[in-house]
Design a binder for this molecule. Structure first.
Ligand code: GDP
Length: 300
């Protein structure tokens, strides 16, 4: 169970329909393939890029059997993902900075808290000492939920009263991390997108305060996106990357959606590596994104 069954079934059955009863890859087949990719949430510009590349291969090879279309498509998607995910992440060992600081951003409901909890668990399993900072102080529920995850995976959570200054929570968390010799600090932030300037100022303030404790922090600005929202996830990615220097993505809820094609589109459009994928609500349902395994699963 890879958690990607719905995407795989959707993708595969549509491609099978495109091929059925046709022998060669011609313009009609490519038109239909284009529709499959767009309706699988790959996104229009990325779809056109893939179609153009396949067209070029068909022109070069003169004749391409529809039976080979799968292989051709798989190659092109693999290639596209490789261009933007050159550094596939192999393990949860972040030994290059201590503490390694991750600032987590994203709108409410996308699975931010859950991702932080699951990530803390994986990092702990890999031998890291982890601390969480509850800097989403605007919702009491956010702080409580993070504390619950902290208990669940047995990781310390630094929190203040609801409504307190998020930058102050981040500061406290990093001070605690330094004095306890923690390996990784993960800071939750509030995901209010309605005011981009406000968001930008708040995240900048949190970053500046972090750097007073740990120069170079945050090492990772992780944007969490809900893959099941398809094109909305792309829009959120646009907004957050304009507000702050996002350098890693987590795509959640891939288990419950057929819209997994969004992984391909986001990776291509934003040139930011997809680092983690969420494939369920349980503590073990977080994976390091492996582009080869991802594409293999879609075409298996
Ligand atoms: P936040 O508001 O962004 O912090 O979102 P939460 O972490 O509270 O998650 C919102 C809901 O999505 C919860 O019910 C989670 O259990 C659920 N969720 C989060 N990640 C995943 C995932 O990868 N798969 C599934 N199926 N559900 C998820």
């Amino acid at each position: 169970d890879t958690g990607l069954e719905k995407t795989k079934d959707n993708f595969f059955s549509k491609i099978t329909k495109v091929i059925a009863g046709r022998s060669t890859v011609d313009d009609d087949v490519l038109d239909d393939l284009e529709e499959v990719l767009v309706t699988s949430d790959v996104g229009v510009s990325t779809t056109l890029k893939i179609i153009e590349r396949i067209q070029a291969r068909v022109a070069r090879d003169k004749y391409v059997n529809t039976a080979d279309l799968n292989t051709l498509l798989k190659d092109e998607i693999q290639q596209l993902l490789a261009e933007n995910n050159s550094n596939d992440f192999q393990n949860f060992e972040y030994g290059n900075h201590k503490p390694y600081v991750i600032m987590v951003v994203g709108v409410n409901g996308v699975g931010k808290t859950t991702t932080i909890g699951k990530l803390a668990h994986k990092l702990k399993q890999a031998g890291n000492q982890v601390v969480l900072g509850a800097a989403d102080t605007f919702r009491a529920a956010a702080v409580d939920q993070l504390k619950l995850w902290g208990q669940r995976v047995d990781v310390k959570v630094v929190a203040q009263a609801m409504g307190s200054d998020p930058a102050s929570v981040a500061f406290d968390t990093l001070r605690s991390a330094v004095s306890n010799g923690d390996d990784v600090a993960i800071i939750d932030t509030a995901g209010r997108l309605h005011n981009k300037v406000g968001l930008m100022n708040e995240l900048t303030k949190i970053k500046n305060v972090m750097q007073k404790v740990v120069p170079g922090a945050p090492h990772e600005i992780l944007l969490v996106l809900d893959a099941s929202t398809g094109q909305n996830a792309i829009e959120q990615c646009k907004q957050f990357t304009e507000a702050t220097a996002v350098n890693a993505l987590a795509l959640t809820k891939l288990d419950g959606t057929a819209k997994g094609g969004v992984v391909i589109g986001i990776s291509d459009q934003f040139k930011i590596p997809v680092k983690y994928i969420g494939v369920g609500e349980g503590v073990d349902h977080l994976q390091l994104f492996d582009r080869k395994a991802f594409v293999d699963t879609l075409f298996k």
